[in-house]
Design a protein around this ligand. Structure first.
Ligand SMILES: Cc1cc2nc3c(=O)[nH]c(=O)nc-3n(C[C@H](O)[C@H](O)[C@H](O)COP(=O)(O)O)c2cc1C
Length: 381
């Protein structure tokens, strides 16, 4: 299997709901399938594969936003993505499976074995989203990565990537670095993708961009990022990557709700937005902005409508509408924003939603010449 394409086409992924992650409403668990039933996930993945999706992206977090979020089931419970990825590999044949691993929590030798197992058993369909930060794990496990600063954590992640490359080569490793010491040859299996599986990162800071330029095939940015900001970031990353003879593509996330007609989608979307749980959104904003921000600050800074919007789509770009409107948004991202991957978050994520998207929107992307059905090529990214 050829795992990485060299074409310039769009890749369409599902931002897989290994938690009720994108729609901050007490109604989300009741409107969506049972998160803790494994068949929910295998059925959804199979529906994505049948519909023509290229990949599944699974984020991961170790800490809840706060008591209100946990009470309504927003991002808590959160299924650990590499384990879920293994289950999904068993019921799919073609779709790519990207799982998130925190380098601050797992040693590169552990990541190497998790990844090689997933890549071997999936036939070369596994991708690694590298997360360095501790905000989603702070305090839970006390280790040296919790005591070093943001940029030093990226230094450690650079070292972790060099080690992964060495470990996945199947050769003896002798490494004495500032953060890791590894001596030996790890057992197989080796990865099917060589020399490396797909690497994704999502860091936006200067250190995060540098990391992407050095290691990532794809950088993931929030879908609501303004076009100029995206272009500036990609110019910077592209220039740094070119110095190393590399290329990094841009992926963003988009909230999708498709109905036969705009008016029907608008009605459903407005109904969902009205049910957003504002205290949980305040916890989320406090969690992602600064740990010292107070709830009062957050309520003062954002209007109720802003907060409902965040609860409806989090950082994603909203594409709720009939097939033409949704397709136009995705085509615009490809043509005007330079986006080459869209990870779609569905506030309602029954397999029927994915099927509808596959039936109504994907043919429009193919017609526009920006996307080719993965059955007609032999790679998922
Ligand atoms: C679309 C997107 C997905 C992300 N997924 C995760 C994730 O699954 N887990 C996590 O801890 N952080 C995640 N992050 C956070 C990033 O890894 C990163 O910490 C953040 O964007 C800040 O960038 P910086 O660390 O370079 O400052 C994500 C960010 C974005 C934009």
């Amino acid at each position: 299997m050829k795992a990485k394409g060299t074409d310039n086409g769009l890749r369409v992924g599902l931002f897989h709901p290994n938690a009720n992650v994108h729609f901050g409403s007490a109604r989300s668990p009741e409107l969506n399938p049972d998160l803790l039933d494994i068949q929910t996930h295998t059925n959804l993945a199979s529906a994505c594969e049948a519909a023509g999706f290229d990949y599944l992206f699974m984020a991961d977090s170790w800490l809840p936003y706060g008591p209100e979020s946990s009470r309504i089931g927003w991002r808590d419970p959160y299924l650990f993505s590499p384990i879920l990825g293994g289950a999904i590999a068993a019921v799919t044949r073609r779709i790519g499976i990207i799982t998130t691993i925190h380098t601050s929590l797992f040693h590169p030798v552990q990541v190497a074995r998790m990844g090689a197992t997933l890549d071997a058993l999936s036939g070369g369909r596994w991708g690694l989203n590298v997360v360095t930060g501790t905000s989603s794990s702070a305090g839970l496990i006390s280790n040296e990565f919790g005591r070093i600063d943001h940029d030093a954590r990226y230094d450690a992640a650079h070292e972790a990537m060099a080690l992964l490359r060495a470990l996945w080569s199947g050769e003896q490793v002798d490494h004495e670095g500032p953060y890791y010491q590894v001596h030996g040859k790890v057992v197989g299996p080796r990865t099917v993708q060589r020399p490396m599986p797909l690497i994704v990162s999502a860091g936006a800071s200067p250190a995060g961009r540098r990391f992407a330029a050095h290691h990532a095939d794809t950088i993931f940015m929030p879908g609501r990022t303004p076009r100029e900001t995206l272009h500036a970031a990609m110019d910077d990353i592209g220039a740094q990557a070119a110095e190393r003879g590399r290329k990094v593509s841009l992926q963003v996330h988009v909230s999708v709700l498709v109905r036969e007609a705009d008016a029907e989608a608008d009605r459903v979307s407005a109904d969902l937005k009205a049910s957003v749980h504002l205290p949980a959104v305040a916890e989320y904003l406090k969690f992602i902005s600064a740990l010292s921000t107070t709830y009062e600050d957050i309520y003062a800074r954002y209007s109720e409508n802003d907060m409902r919007q965040v609860g409806l789509v989090s950082g994603g770009l909203q594409a709720h509408g009939g097939p033409d409107r949704v397709a136009a948004t995705l085509i615009g991202l490809y043509r005007e924003y330079g986006v080459r991957g869209v990870a779609l978050t569905f506030p309602l994520w029954h397999p029927s939603e994915v099927e509808l998207f596959g039936r109504l929107v994907l043919p429009r992307l193919a017609e526009a010449g920006i996307w080719v059905h993965p059955a007609d090529r032999d790679w998922c990214w």
